[in-house]
Design a binder for this molecule. Structure first.
Ligand code: ATP
Ligand code: MG
Length: 568
């Protein structure tokens, strides 16, 4: 298999052909050292998605890291929905996330968990911080709060509400909880240090007022803890040993530790950060993916062009290919963009071994083999795989077949290895035919070819004659009509998220990312294709029977990937 061309402007971490013997994953070393030192006897990790969208390829990286480490070191991994924001979250997303994690091949420990299960405990801890003089209710408006916060070069100023008495704070926080105040009227803040060079420590918000219904807790709460006040404590409650997140949370780590140090938590998790996966030609932001769906630039979250796991699945990617890809690119702390060709390499590599071969003619042109006896049918046997033993499939061969329109040219360029007037070509697994005559309609379009076959050429080349090419074909009568969807990259630019000043990432959409071909003809065995069955259609690429639209006897095939990188 040819190696993908690696765009030199992208830092593809690993040569996909050779790959490093042990791909770099610095977290492995940390976990191993902790186990060796007896710091932990069993590691516990967690994957903490916010249920506000479907999982994408970036999440797959995080899932593989968290579940993968647990699996490798005999630990466990929890699935915990980070559901502190009632407004944008939805049961549909919860169901889809669970199903995607399972599809990738992982199982979480015990029941699914929700950060919202800990709201009572978090509230209690907030009250304890107030009682210890370490939290206060602040009435600054959002604009004022921003002004008081300072910036990277200037320290912040203390809020005029910072020195409220403990009694007043307890009373106001209780009334916030009781629903006495409007959204945004007050917040609860930690009392840390308004002059800290780390902005996250400048009296961060712990609780906001939000009169909103929550998908798990209903109308029980009208104050909600924010991410920072929730995450580390949830980790502590669950006994997480290694809390692994992406680099943008590095600056939050001191706050994460401040809460653990100032609250009577039952365990002491540690936070580690690694770099996010960014993939060329791909959007990995839930907000942007949601926009693509909401504005109907694609047909839903599982559109085969989407970088969501459900999209990749529908496109025909295997879970193994995605896991291999995540392993192949390593886990480190340096930000970069991985070439999407590496992901495509990974799926080709998997399907090359696992996908049976079949023939499907995408743009059929009828061929009548004039010298083949009328009414005669031969049953040809073709192996399902050139190397692996997958058995054979049978193909009837008779007088009328289909070949692809692109495999015949009247005036071909030099070096053309298909069929041309008076030229010869081998039909895969069958005879050599010669083109005798092209039949045209009134507009001059070729509608049919008349050919003759050489009966001496079944399975062997004619003596002393060189036949240039091999093309695929299907029998005219017995082939199955089908729809084929050809997908291309959804974006034209290698970094679609970095749109020009004032431009939207939507302007990078590739208008030709989907081509639907109807009236395609598949070899008879493909009539039985089940949703998600995968094939290599000879000379055309890897294809997968669509999960939703394939019906008995009426397959719809999605092109998963071309046979080789066509974007070099
Ligand atoms: P998005 O920006 O798409 O909304 P997010 O980080 O807000 O992503 P979460 O649901 O909070 O989405 O993510 C769950 C976990 O997945 C987090 O630990 C997050 O760090 C991780 N994650 C998200 N995107 C990536 C990525 N591109 N690469 C690696 N890990 C990621
Ligand atoms: Mg998030």
């Amino acid at each position: 298999m040819s190696k993908p061309t690696l765009d030199p402007t992208l830092d593809a971490a690993v040569d996909p052909k050779t790959g490093p013997a042990v791909p770099a994953n610095f977290l492995r070393q940390i976990v191993q050292a902790d186990l060796d030192a007896g710091k932990h006897t069993k590691i516990v990790t967690r994957f903490p998605p916010e249920p506000n969208g479907y999982l994408h390829i970036g999440h797959a990286k995080s899932i593989c890291v968290n579940f993968g480490l647990a699996e490798e070191f005999g630990g466990v991994c929890n699935l915990r929905f980070d559901d502190t924001n009632p407004a944008k979250e939805d049961q549909e997303y919860i169901d889809a996330i669970e199903s995607d994690v399972r599809w990738l091949g992982f199982q979480w420990a015990g029941e699914v968990r929700y950060a919202s299960q800990y709201f009572d405990q978090l509230h209690e801890w907030a009250v304890e911080l107030i009682k210890a003089g370490k939290a206060y209710v602040c009435d600054l408006s959002p604009d004022q709060a921003r002004e008081y916060r300072g910036n990277l070069t200037e320290p912040g100023k203390n809020s005029p509400f910072r020195e409220r008495s403990i009694e007043e704070n307890l009373d106001l926080f209780a009334r916030m909880k009781a629903g006495e105040f409007e959204d945004g009227a007050r917040v609860l803040r930690a009392k840390i240090d308004m002059a800290s060079p780390n902005m996250n420590l400048r009296d961060p918000i712990l609780y906001r007022i939000r009169h909103a219904h929550h998908h798990q807790t209903g109308d029980k709460w009208c104050i909600y803890p924010n991410y920072d006040f929730t995450h580390g404590q949830s980790d502590a409650i669950e006994g997480i040993t290694h809390s692994i997140c992406t680099l943008e949370f590095e600056g939050h780590r001191p706050l994460y530790e401040w809460f653990l140090d100032n609250l009577p938590v039952p365990n002491n998790p540690r936070q580690y950060e690694f770099s996010r996966l960014n993939l060329s030609y791909t959007v990995t932001s839930k907000r942007k993916l949601k926009q693509l769906v909401d504005e109907k630039h694609v047909n839903g979250w599982d559109d085969p062009r989407m970088s969501t796991l459900s999209g990749f699945r529908r496109r025909g990617y295997t879970a193994a290919s995605i896991r291999n890809f995540c392993e192949m690119i390593g886990t480190n702390r340096s930000d970069g963009i991985v070439d999407v060709a590496m992901l495509e390499f990974s799926i080709r590599d998997d399907l090359d071994h696992s996908a049976p071969r079949a023939m499907c003619v995408l743009r059929p042109l009828k061929v009548v083999i004039s010298n083949y006896p009328e009414g005669q049918v031969e049953s040809l046997e073709l192996p399902r795989h050139p190397k692996n033993d997958m058995g054979v499939r049978t193909l009837p061969f008779s007088r009328e077949i289909y070949i692809d329109r692109d495999d015949f040219m009247e005036a071909p360029p030099k070096g053309y290895k298909r069929l041309e007037p008076a030229g010869e070509v081998r039909l895969r697994g069958s005879y050599v035919i010669r083109a005798d005559e092209a039949i045209k309609d009134a507009d001059g379009n070729i509608v049919e070819l008349r050919c003759s076959y050489d009966p001496e050429t079944l399975g062997k080349n004619p003596e002393g004659r060189k036949v240039k090419g091999v093309i695929h074909w299907v029998p005219a009568a017995e082939s199955v009509e089908c729809e084929v969807r050809l997908y291309d990259r959804l974006f034209r630019s290698p970094s679609p998220e970095k749109a020009e000043e004032g431009a939207s990432f939507l302007e990078n959409i590739n208008p030709d990312s989907l081509q639907v071909l109807t009236g395609c003809r598949a070899e008879p065995s493909l009539g039985q294709a089940q949703p998600e069955d995968r094939f290599q259609f000879e000379r055309e690429g890897y294809f997968c029977a669509d999960l939703k639209d394939t019906k008995p006897g009426k397959p719809v095939f999605n092109r998963t990937v071309t046979l080789r990188d066509s974007w070099g």
